[in-house]
Design a protein around this ligand. Structure first.
Ligand code: AMP
Ligand code: ZN
Ligand code: FE
Ligand code: FE
Length: 281
């Protein structure tokens, strides 16, 4: 059972990296990728939880923006965590997320919503990449909304007047950086239209030219029709097809391994990485 996209308390998941691996073990996952937003901070702790029956794929989900301002998430897997250029991209994203959060809070306050940056910080685990889910949790805490989902639906989605962006590479820049660090790039939930504007089918050719390796097809935010189109694009462009849970602990409904990747697809993907960086004990 192969799950190539999960989050921990190092971003907006609710399981620690150690607990994530334990959860994967109890679920029967045999290949697990840890892909926190814009950070590799969870890698070392996750490794300490490994058992012989599971292998760990070190990765990150890089928040990107196209030149048209469309949000794209790029999964970087099997890259060298000590690559300076890669760490700089991740650090720039994290650093600008703090002033970005301050702006979002100010916009909400200006509309009479009782929320402060301190409220958001209280919901953000130490060292985590701060994001809208933490702001959502703070709004739940304050009684402004009932759930993270309601917060996104009414206040925090990409189309909302309270939405502010942070520094982000373009998808092409992210792919190049992942490759330069020896890894492989899989575009996450490209047709998850309920989150906001999505890229068009034509865009994939540019990403492939930059070195895109795979497309996350099976993901809960993509319906049957969207998955069918993506599968066709992947076949046409000779890209690996993945499926994954995007597990966030109790932060989201996504259950560990609710979508998985076929062994042959994973083997094809791993073979495209520069070095074998899958961690086993
Ligand atoms: P951020 O990186 O701070 O912009 O927040 C992005 C995260 O918010 C994503 O990884 C999702 O987990 C979550 N998210 C984005 N859009 C939605 C949505 N419409 N509903 C629920 N969660 C969302
Ligand atoms: Zn997330
Ligand atoms: Fe994502
Ligand atoms: Fe994710």
């Amino acid at each position: 059972m192969i799950d190539l996209h999960t989050h921990t308390t190092c971003s907006d998941g609710t399981d620690s990296p150690f607990a994530l691996v334990k959860k994967a073990l109890s679920t029967g996952v045999t290949t697990l990728a840890i892909t926190d937003h814009d950070t590799t901070a969870g890698w070392s702790e996750a490794i300490t939880a490994l058992q012989p029956q599971i292998e760990l794929v070190l990765g990150a989900e890089i928040s990107c923006l196209t030149s048209d301002g469309i949000s794209v998430h790029m999964l970087g897997l099997l890259f060298d965590g000590e690559n300076a250029a890669m760490q700089q991209i991740l650090a720039d994203s994290r650093d600008t997320r703090i002033p970005r959060m301050r702006k979002m809070v100010e916009l909400l306050r200006a509309d009479g919503i009782d929320i402060s940056l301190a409220d958001v910080q209280a919901q953000t685990p130490a060292g985590a990449t701060v994001g809208r889910p933490h702001l959502a949790d703070a709004l739940v805490r304050k009684g402004v909304v009932a759930s993270r989902d309601e917060a996104f639906l009414n206040l925090l989605n990409n189309e909302s007047k309270y939405y502010v962006t942070h520094a982000a590479p373009t998808p092409v820049e992210a792919i190049r950086a992942i490759h330069a660090a020896g890894g492989v790039a899989v575009i996450a939930h490209p047709f998850a239209s309920r989150r906001g504007q999505i890229i068009t089918s034509e865009t994939f050719a540019d990403l492939v030219a930059a070195g895109l390796n795979g497309i996350e097809v099976d993901h809960r935010d993509q319906n049957a029709e969207e998955r069918k189109t993506l599968r066709e694009i992947a076949q046409e462009l000779n890209l690996v097809i993945t499926g994954s849970s995007d597990y966030h602990g109790t932060g989201k409904l996504n259950a560990m391994a609710e979508n998985t990747t076929l062994a042959a697809q994973w083997e094809a993907l791993e073979a495209q990485a520069d070095a074998r960086r899958v961690v086993r004990v």
